[in-house]
Design a protein around this ligand. Structure first.
Ligand code: GLA
Length: 722
């Protein structure tokens, strides 16, 4: 392998990411792994997308960009010419990236190339309005994992206020055509990351959040495949995701001239962002990629990028510890003795982190009171948290705590002292959800309060981990303390301040780890994932439902951050599945246990101990390997399978689950993927009952005979390369 880089160098090919400017063609060529993203400056000085797809090798193959003539008197060239970052003006009718009103009332923005700067794997192209000193700097960074990061910085260089009414992170353009399909994730509380796929149609298809956070209902990730349909293993897929946890929007558009474009960024809904002279707005980053190897290839590239670039600590970050969480066992009925008892039992099965959930603070006996008062309840913990933490640590685990810092119950000391801190419009009702209001985190004093209470908690106690929850969306988003023209900035400032609190907390407490939770998976996106180690995937812990939630999740996000707990049954749906099935589903992500261990039998403990110990032997592969979704849980017979292959190819892990057996129906052999056909593997099932030495070719071409029988049956295999 050692000579490979030299060999590539000798061909003059970039090893990782590279940015080039071809002066003759006025063309920027960005190479990200196997992907090329090219943008030209056309004869009018406009930035025009040229290519986003497979890698281009020869500079001479690029032709200078030329604007596209208009169509009759109705579609001007402004609309028919693809624009890298379209200003709303000059007769543009497609989705704009930027819409603005100048101080004199002018509502026309036409952007042209001004200058550029290349620095290693980064490029900045500065564009400017044809008349006014409003500039947009387009920032690009390329990554060897095949990903391009796009971000726009909009600066008001005029002497008056410029109000931005739409500020998008950017657009991507696909080769013109029809018959593309748009895949996205939708859902609801307890039913997140469901997969939807629809044909791209003429006009706009929009997914968005206007709730103040990422949302359960839609997720800021998209994939477009086609024009021929892609599968898990083949076909072209363009994909992308926004790094933003506030209001966002992704618009997929097919123009009447069969141009297909995706525009993503801040949601223009209820958006008005006045920029004073000299001020700038930085949009959230948009990460985009392309694969010729179907949805599987697309997600593997994106997962690798997330693990190595987005997640805190990058590739060097340690594996996720096996976690116990008290919520489903004790809900708010927590106290020192009860939690210590659970901790003892959790430690006995190999748990590494004990997390006490809701109920430990203020007057928090029900969800009607206490949020906002982040002080340890004297009634439940007369000696504070220290004695419990000591016991947890004595058992060889670290300690984590649940918080919901952006919230307040009207029945709390905080609300009694600062009713104005809750989001509201003066003189109008404040809608409660789960008996709580949302604090206006856009306010500086609220942000500082939240930072201080969390900082105090973590400074005064040995807390290794916070589960940061957010159990409602924003309503009545008033910010009466600032001028009416600035009040809509609340959406942006809220999210920025949440990020700031997390960033400051982490900087001050470098060992602290955080889980993002919003009533389950309401805040999962690349903005929060660059700040937290993991996310709570869903409050729904029903194993069968989870298979579908996890499948959708992994289309977009890496399994390492995907927390999956084993909990008691019957649970959601009133469904009872065997403990073994629940473990084998949860072990496909980062494992947690949330059972009431006081109710477990000796057999349950024995099984859990075996499962946790087996998981520890494969978690490196599950959490940081390449994921192959072999059989979808959405298939008719409910036979589902996933495979994870370690980056170094030494280990592979296969999980197979069967919903319900149909008498006499033969299950397909499981054809594995991503192995070395020539290599020989020791194949062993989780029970040690099946062992065989098989070649990569055998398990990939002939397949693995997995004979699951009965309902909610599950098994797993390891393949160790010999
Ligand atoms: C949310 C979370 C749960 C739990 C409860 C506590 O619903 O998603 O896991 O923490 O809040 O109130």
């Amino acid at each position: 392998m050692r000579y490979l880089p030299l060999f590539l160098l000798s061909l003059g090919l970039p090893l990782a990411g590279q940015v080039k400017y071809l002066a003759q063609q006025k063309m920027f060529v960005l190479t990200a792994g196997d992907v090329t993203y090219a943008v030209g400056v056309n004869e009018k000085g406009e930035l025009q997308p040229v290519h986003f797809g497979g890698r281009m090798m020869r500079d001479g193959d690029f032709r200078a960009a030329h604007s596209v003539s208009g169509w009759a008197s109705f579609d001007l060239a402004a609309t028919t010419t693809p624009k890298e970052y379209a200003g709303a003006g000059g007769g543009l009718f497609v989705e704009p990236c930027l819409k603005a009103t100048f101080a004199d009332g002018v509502r026309d923005v036409v952007l042209k190339y001004e200058s550029h700067q290349i620095q290693g794997d980064s490029l900045v192209i500065v564009t400017k309005d044809i008349t006014y000193a409003l500039t947009v700097a387009l920032h690009y960074k390329v990554y060897p994992q095949g990903i391009v990061r796009k971000q726009a910085v909009i600066t008001n260089g005029t002497a008056g206020v410029v109000t931005l009414e739409s500020a998008q992170s950017g657009s991507i353009h696909l080769p013109p055509g029809e018959g593309y399909a748009f895949t996205h994730l939708y859902g609801r509380w307890a039913g997140e990351t469901q997969v939807a796929r629809e044909l791209v149609q003429p006009g706009l298809q929009v997914i968005e959040s206007k709730r103040g956070n990422t949302s359960h209902q839609a997720n800021p990730w998209f994939a477009i495949d086609g024009p021929e349909r892609a599968t898990e293993t083949s076909g072209q897929v363009w994909f992308g995701a926004l790094g933003w946890s506030g209001n966002w929007r992704i618009a997929v558009e097919q123009t009447p001239h069969q141009q297909v474009r995706v525009t993503a960024g801040l949601n223009p809904y209820d958006f008005a962002h006045p920029l004073k002279p000299g001020e700038k707005l930085e949009t959230p980053p948009l990460y985009v990629g392309y694969s010729k190897e179907g949805f599987g290839g697309a997600s593997r590239a994106f997962h690798k990028f997330q693990r190595e670039v987005i997640f805190p600590g990058g590739g060097a970050a340690r594996p996720r510890p096996v976690l116990y969480n008290s919520w489903e066992a004790t809900e708010m009925n927590v106290n020192e003795a009860g939690q210590a008892e659970l901790a003892k039992k959790a430690a006995s099965i190999g748990v590494e982190r004990f997390v006490m959930d809701d109920g430990w603070f203020g007057a928090r006996d029900t969800d009607r009171a206490g949020l906002g008062d982040w002080f340890v309840s004297k009634k439940k913990f007369p000696n504070g948290l220290k004695p419990l933490i000591e016991q947890v640590k004595g058992l060889g685990m670290d300690f984590g705590l649940w918080v919901e810092p952006e919230m307040v119950n009207p029945d709390s000391d905080l609300y009694r002292a600062h009713p104005d801190w809750a989001m509201h419009f003066p003189g109008r009702p404040r809608s409660e959800a789960r008996n709580q209001l949302i604090l206006n985190m856009a306010r500086n004093d609220v942000k500082e309060y939240v930072f201080k209470v969390l900082d105090d908690l973590v400074s005064q106690n040995e807390i290794a981990f916070l589960k940061w929850d957010m159990n409602r969306n924003a309503s009545e988003p008033g910010w009466p303390e600032v001028a009416p023209a600035d009040q809509k900035k609340l959406w942006l400032e809220y999210t920025r301040n949440v990020y700031e609190v997390i960033d400051r907390l982490r900087a001050k407490h470098p060992k602290l780890e955080i889980e993002s939770c919003s009533g389950g998976g309401g805040r999962i996106d690349l903005g929060i994932l660059s700040r937290v180690e993991q996310v709570w995937t869903s409050d729904n812990t029903d194993a069968l439902d989870r298979l579908k939630i996890q499948e959708g999740y992994t289309l977009a996000y890496a399994p390492k951050a995907m927390m999956a707990w084993v909990t008691d049954v019957p649970n959601f749906n009133g469904r009872s599945t065997p403990l073994r099935f629940r473990f084998l589903v949860a072990m496909q992500g980062s494992l947690g246990v949330g059972n009431n261990l006081n109710k477990w039998s000796a057999e349950d403990f024995a099984l859990a101990k075996k499962m946790v110990s087996w998981y520890k032997g494969v978690r490196g592969t599950v959490q940081t390997g390449k994921l192959y979704r072999l059989l979808s849980p959405r298939s008719a017979d409910g036979f589902a399978a996933t495979e994870y292959v370690a980056e170094d190819g030494k280990q592979a892990v296969v999980f197979a689950t069967l919903h319900s057996q149909q008498y006499g129906r033969t299950q397909p052999r499981l054809k594995l993927q991503g192995l070395d056909a020539q290599a020989v593997y020791q194949v062993t099932d989780i029970d040690g009952k099946f062992t065989a030495v098989l070649s990569g070719a055998a398990v990939m071409e002939y397949g693995l005979p997995v004979a699951l029988t009965g309902d909610y049956a599950a098994t797993a295999y390891t393949l160790e390369r010999q």
